[in-house]
Design a protein around this ligand. Structure first.
Ligand SMILES: Cc1cc2nc3c(=O)[nH]c(=O)nc-3n(C[C@H](O)[C@H](O)[C@H](O)COP(=O)(O)OP(=O)(O)OC[C@H]3O[C@@H](n4cnc5c(N)ncnc54)[C@H](O)[C@@H]3O)c2cc1C
Length: 381
């Protein structure tokens, strides 16, 4: 196996590095979970897009660079190593866009993707409901047929970014009486500022409105905003979920950069005699590298035409548990300051705690691994 990058990939890396070096804000942007920070991150998306760095793996027609998934991974490594801002467009880029590439019409791609790439339209994911999280198929929000479109009603919750975002995509029950709950669902896009939509922000542990609940009361959506066939939305949703857990949500670049920062913290703070803490730092470095190699292996398989399938769940369990361990190590290195001061590490720790929950809880991922990868019998449900 050849683990070296091609000269063309290295030239791409150098171009990305030079651009990031010249453009990454010297002073960190305010948190994207605040109105001010959201606007600043939206402007950063526009800056990335102006030089076609916001969606490198998309076709050039929609603002990308036609880069393959290996180059996307290379870009991500450079992006995080440069300390560039978090991506406020992440839900759209890593969830809705791959879904449109697989199931959307040409008209939908042409209408939705360019404004997503530029940050002009920021998307939220409206899947979860108060009684439908892990058991997503039990959702009850409705889509009722009307002239030229659909009327949406019901309640969605835990919708990240929805407090300040523009549009959302979600699943709705369009046929109430099907034999199985995952039948009769329709996948739709809608405007968060349309008549009938109420957005109620939900505060995170630190009070910042990272989420919102959405109340929908006969919200009109035109036919052209249905993705895939009406009432066949489950299949479309499963393609979104595979992308979320698999390659695109958490690239290794993010963890390689965090592991490097942890080593710097160790060098500047640690008692060299504390070998237990040193070993945890070493574990973090090894973990980041292992995740990088595993992801490149998956990317190669993907480029050879294989699909990622249930292996996506391995990825998800790994990065979510790794992220918590890495941040706990940093907080132990910082001592009381880590708990008391508002630092990148403390904010990162709060966020890491949610990793085993979002994108499908780790209990559910472990069931998938047990049943589909290990061939174990179905668990009790
Ligand atoms: C930071 C964060 C961001 C999120 N962003 C979004 C978003 O943008 N859009 C969106 O739609 N949703 C979002 N969510 C919601 C997320 O998808 C749900 O929280 C998740 O699917 C779990 O659903 P639930 O909260 O209803 O918990 P439940 O499904 O009620 O689960 C509670 C516990 O029971 C366990 N459990 C449930 N069923 C089983 C089973 N069959 N076997 C074993 N264990 C089981 C779960 O693993 C979990 O530990 C977000 C959540 C978080 C924390």
């Amino acid at each position: 196996m050849d683990l070296a990058h091609s000269p063309a990939d290295e030239a791409f890396r150098a171009e990305a590095r030079a651009w990031l070096d010249a453009h990454v804000p010297r002073v960190a942007l305010p948190s994207l979970e605040t109105e001010e920070g959201f606007a600043a991150h939206r402007a950063w998306e526009a800056e990335l897009a102006a030089d076609r760095w916001s969606v490198v793996s998309w076709p050039a027609a929609y603002g990308g660079r036609d880069a393959d998934i290996v180059r996307w991974l290379v870009f991500e490594e450079e992006y995080y190593a440069a300390g560039a801002p978090g991506r406020v467009s992440q839900n759209g880029i890593s969830l809705l866009a791959p879904t449109l590439f697989e199931h959307g019409t040409l008209e939908q791609r042409a209408r939705v993707l360019p404004s997503m790439a530029s940050g002009e339209v920021i998307w939220a994911q409206a899947w979860s409901e108060p009684e439908a999280g892990s058991d997503l198929a039990s959702l009850t929000s409705r889509a009722v047929r009307t002239d030229g479109g659909w009327l949406l009603s019901g309640q969605k919750t835990w919708s990240s970014r929805a407090a300040f975002a523009d549009r959302a995509f979600g699943l709705f029950r369009s046929e109430p009486d099907t034999p199985k709950p995952h039948q009769g669902l329709t996948y739709l896009m809608f405007d968060l500022r349309a008549p009938g939509v109420t957005v109620r922000p939900i505060g995170r542990l630190d009070g910042k409105p990272a989420f919102a609940e959405l109340f929908l009361d006969d919200v009109f959506v035109q036919d052209e905003d249905v993705i895939g066939e009406p009432s066949r939305g489950w299949r479309v949703a499963m393609s979104t979920a595979g992308n979320e857990r698999g390659l695109t949500l958490r690239s290794p670049g993010r963890f390689l950069a965090s592991a490097d920062r942890l080593v710097d913290l160790w060098r500047s703070r640690a008692d060299p005699a504390d070998t237990a803490l040193r070993d945890r730092v070493a574990d973090a470095v090894i973990g980041a590298r292992a995740y990088q190699l595993f992801t490149y292996a998956n990317a190669s398989r993907f480029l050879d035409g294989e699909s990622i399938g249930a292996e996506a769940s391995l990825n998800k369990v790994f990065w979510s548990e790794y992220d918590i361990a890495l941040h706990e190590t940093a907080l132990d290195l910082l001592g009381p300051e880590g708990e008391l001061a508002d630092t990148d590490w403390s904010e990162g720790y709060v966020f890491s705690l949610a990793g085993p929950l979002y994108a499908g809880t780790n209990e559910i991922q472990r069931d998938i691994i047990a049943e589909r990868l290990l061939g174990l019998p179905k668990g009790r449900r």
